[in-house]
Ligand binder design. Structure first.
Ligand SMILES: Cc1cc2nc3c(=O)[nH]c(=O)nc-3n(C[C@H](O)[C@H](O)[C@H](O)COP(=O)(O)OP(=O)(O)OC[C@H]3O[C@@H](n4cnc5c(N)ncnc54)[C@H](O)[C@@H]3O)c2cc1C
Length: 865
């Protein structure tokens, strides 16, 4: 390595990478009048498309969409020849872009950036290259690519092979000729699947070593689809706008057809249409629930496996090629041209490494556990250290010398995938925590570049020179990224999305799966709210509006959007009868909740007549006795009945292993305070007295309720204590009403927009109790004597007007010596935790609730689910 030059050059910005990201970033920075230097270790522009020159290399997003949109003139001047363009054509396109905008003059090729250090006093980055150059800059921008750091083959003896060795990701510019050769291909990811059919055309003998069978669908390549071109011709701007605000970066109407409920003919029809279309987002959109529901996913997966079985003649090979160890889509599916049919050729053979693992590479071939193979050439299609590999390898150290490698040892942490705390003025384009590899990347790249450019422009306008996310904002975003992943099947796969292909890499879901549209919205909101979560400093002063841009669970947000779109009248503007009818109508199409052993209806004698109840027995051998849970439904003492909370009761029964007796009580305004509470008290006494007939264990009884049901459950505990019996083992209070004081902050913060509103709560109180009665502990149990009450589990949801009173009750019970488990329903609303099988993120909270119920009982049997 040469000695560093004595006088480092200074630039406003340094960009690493001259692919799609780096080229557009350079263009935008120049527009801002900034001095810029771009480095790339490649010999020319192109990034991915410079390096990946293997036979068959193509994009897998239609090229009409996998293209820049920032320059309308460019769009007119360039016409893609195929639906999925080849690598040479995409490379040619990027060269054309570079020439058109004269970009090369600011790019230094064949130069790798080897380190970067933040110089705090100077507020500059010091950057060194493998050519011994040192440059300084204010803004350091990584356009280093998500799939640019090849994964070195972790196979014993890999360096020993004396024949020709190729890596799909570093293919020689002069190409490779396999004519007459015995060739091995190791790896059946996208690059393997694209190259294998073409290598098979030349090779005398081709052996494919497969560790993981992957899903692939035929690309049906050819001319760009006429309908797509028509759409573009009719309104290019509208089309590009639709792409920017789509989930994946390609305009597409998300289906609402559920795989689990669709008829067989609808399933077939939707699948065959997607199969014929040959597009990734199409096959991922056969059913709305295929990414989250294993049963729905299995339907699509099995249909693809059937296609593989019908394409491959040898049944054993076909079976080995059928992916069975991951849900469809949870590893990036591939698009191919004749991949599976290639295995019908007599000179092509598949070796399943799960059955016949490679022991070592030898001088002249490959040895598996039970066979020796001789080869003239080995092709490694072994993938990339995705998303973080190139960033970490560039040796970046921020404030206090902390390196990215050290900071990210437990997994990458970013704000919006764009920046990371401790690294001022350090930007990542398509970094971990952004939609990146789950999207049409050109759309994501343009969004990132535009956001960064606008941010730098805003900073300049306001005399600010440094920007860095706060720890709070970053932690919030990391959590949101994981929350979005957690409601899908994606984290279940050993995929490169999870870092699972690189030994020792932490298992973290790397990309943001909430959608290109949702991501863009979040970024726009951050900018609009004075760069929420960023700390900025400069001659213009210092400023920081700290906060978390997304803290609601993603599926809860979807439900709220859905409800808002229905345009329903606010409940508090309706009569009680109309509100009840509306509530029943909105519950019509919901999933039924889990199966339980038995459900029976009956009546119990209440203080003023019979009260209906519904009993849920857990699955399991008949006859066994179980603890009893007496449950009261929610609905503000006005709404609700045995049907309204049926899925939740099933869920509680299945999770706790207890018999759940859901009791209806008299409703307001027909019968007002204290009827509901007195009914609840009577129901508890009756259940205890009839425990054996109900299939319960005498003395093992808990109460539970949601919302106003939790109110009467809590009151029943106090009344039972005062009546000296029966013994209650525990009280489960889900988002309870425990006080009539509506001045706590959560009433203000969550006043509107989260289904239960402050106005609706007032309407409930007005229907239930006279103002003079609202301070009575039978209405507001928080105001009662809390000594000697049963252990409690209280669920408090973040976006609930009742949150603070639930927390206050927990604290007050604790202070009175009552054991309390306070479960925070993070990112949930008053209603979302109860939405069984609709709000997937509620499942962990309900699992906790189930555990709490089991803990109430001294000798509970394991649950039946
Ligand atoms: C075979 C293949 C097919 C793909 N097909 C699609 C597709 O159809 N649709 C899609 O959306 N995405 C696709 N992708 C993803 C693709 O990577 C992106 O679409 C896009 O090309 C990324 O552009 P980029 O500029 O961000 O990164 P890259 O194109 O990866 O460019 C990064 C550049 O940074 C350089 N670099 C990295 N580190 C350093 C350093 N320390 N010093 C100097 N230079 C450095 C690299 O040499 C590289 O040239 C594909 C990827 C592969 C590998």
């Amino acid at each position: 390595m040469n000695k560093p030059a004595s006088v480092p050059e200074h630039f406003d910005a340094v960009v690493v990478g001259a692919g799609f990201s780096g080229l557009y970033m350079l263009y935008r920075l120049r527009q801002l009048g900034l001095s810029v230097k771009v480095f790339d270790s490649a010999g020319d522009v192109g990034g991915t498309w410079y390096w990946n020159r293997y036979p068959g290399a193509r994009c897998d997003i239609p090229t009409t969409d996998y293209t820049y949109s920032f320059d309308p003139e460019l769009e007119k001047e360039w016409t893609w020849s195929e639906k999925y363009a080849t690598q040479p054509e995409i490379l040619e396109y990027l060269r054309f872009v570079a020439d058109r905008h004269g970009l090369r003059s600011d790019i230094e090729f064949s130069t790798a950036v080897t380190s970067a250090r933040w110089d705090e006093p100077a507020k500059r980055w010091r950057i060194t290259t493998d050519r011994g150059k040192e440059v300084r800059c204010r803004y350091y921008i990584m356009a280093t690519g998500c799939l640019s750091m090849p994964k070195s083959p972790d196979i014993e003896g890999a360096g020993r092979f004396a024949g020709q060795v190729y890596f799909t990701s570093r293919w020689p510019h002069e190409g490779a000729d396999f004519t007459g050769q015995r060739v091995a291909v190791i790896g059946t990811g996208s690059s393997g699947i694209q190259s294998i059919p073409l290598i098979a055309r030349q090779a005398r003998q081709l052996t494919v070593f497969q560790r993981t069978a992957n899903f692939s669908i035929p690309a049906h390549n050819g001319p760009a689809p006429a309908d797509r071109l028509e759409q573009l011709d009719e309104g290019r701007d509208a089309y590009r706008h639709a792409a920017r605000w789509s989930r994946g970066g390609v305009p597409l109407e998300p289906t609402d057809v559920l795989g689990v409920t669709a008829s067989e003919s609808v399933r077939q029809e939707r699948f065959e249409t997607a199969w014929e279309q040959g597009e990734l987002f199409g096959i991922l959109n056969v059913f709305a629930d295929q990414g989250v529901n294993p049963a729905s996913n299995d339907i699509v997966a099995e249909m693809i496996r059937e296609k593989i079985r019908s394409a491959v003649k040898d049944p054993e090979t076909a079976e080995a090629l059928c992916p069975k160890d991951h849900y469809f889509g949870t590893k990036r599916p591939c698009l191919d041209t004749g991949y599976f049919e290639t295995y019908n050729l007599p000179h092509v053979r598949l070796v399943d490494l799960r059955k016949h693992p490679i022991v070592s590479i030898t001088e002249d071939g490959i040895e598996t556990a039970d066979e020796s193979f001789g080869f003239d050439a080995i092709v490694y299609a072994t993938g990339f250290d995705a998303m973080t590999g190139a960033l970490v390898a560039a040796d970046v150290a921020g404030r206090d010398g902390l390196s990215l490698e050290e900071k990210w040892a437990p997994g990458p942490s970013t704000y919006l995938g764009l920046m990371t705390a401790g690294f001022p003025n350090f930007f990542m384009l398509t970094g971990p925590g952004s939609p990146s590899v789950l999207s049409n990347m050109t759309v994501s790249i343009e969004q990132h570049v535009d956001w960064v450019a606008r941010c730098l422009e805003d900073m300049r306008d306001e005399g600010l020179e440094t920007i860095e996310p706060t720890a709070l904002a970053e932690a919030g975003w990391d959590q949101h990224v994981q929350d979005c992943g957690a409601i899908t099947l994606y984290p279940t796969a050993n995929s490169w999305y999870m870092g699972a292909n690189v030994p020792g890499k932490p298992r973290v879901f790397l990309p943001y799966i909430g959608g290109v549209d949702a991501y863009r919205q979040a970024c726009d909101e951050v900018a609009a709210q004075d760069y929420l979560g960023f700390r900025m400093t400069g001659p213009g002063g210092a400023r920081c509006r700290d906060g978390v841009v997304r803290s609601m669970q993603p599926d809860v947000a979807m439900v709220l959007e859905f409800v808002a779109a229905l345009g329903l009248p606010p409940m508090e503007t309706l009569s009680a009868a109309d509100a009840r009818a509306l509530m029943a109508a909105t519950a019509e199409d919901r999933p039924p909740g889990p199966e339980v052993g038995e459900v029976t209806d009956g009546v119990i004698p209440g203080p003023a007549g019979d009260l209906p109840y519904r009993l849920y027995r857990p699955a399991g051998p008949p006859g066994g006795s179980r603890p009893l849970v007496v449950y009261f439904h929610g609905g503000g003492w006005v709404l609700g009945n045995l049907d309204s909370d049926d899925p939740l009761c099933r869920d509680l029964c299945a999770r706790s292993g207890a018999v759940v007796v859901s009791v209806n009580y008299r409703h307001a305004p027909e019968v007002r305070f204290p009827a509901a509470a007195l009914d609840a008290f009577a129901a508890v006494q009756w259940a205890d007295a009839n425990a054996i007939e109900l299939g319960g264990i005498p003395g093992q009884l808990a109460v539970a309720g949601w919302s106003a049901g939790a109110n009467v459950a809590a009151v029943a505990c106090q009344l039972t204590r005062d009546a000296a019996g029966p013994h209650i083992c525990g009280q489960l209070l889900i988002c309870p009403v425990v006080d009539s004081d509506m001045t706590r902050p959560s009433y203000e913060e969550n006043a509107d927009g989260y289904i239960l509103t402050t106005a609706l709560m007032r309407w409930f109180w007005d229907h239930y109790a006279d103002p003079a009665d609202r301070g009575d502990p039978v209405a507001a149990p928080l105001r009662g004597d809390l000594q000697g009450l049963p252990p409690a589990c209280i669920v408090a949801a973040d976006f609930d007007p009742l949150r603070d009173e639930g927390v206050a009750y927990a604290r007050a019970l604790e202070a009175a010596g009552v054991p309390v488990r306070l479960t925070r329903a993070r990112g949930h609303t008053h209603t979302s935790v109860t939405m069984v099988d609709v709000v997937i993120s509620g499942a962990p909270v309900r699992a906790e609730i189930g555990e709490a119920l089991r803990d109430f009982f001294p000798s509970a049997e394991p649950p039946g689910m």
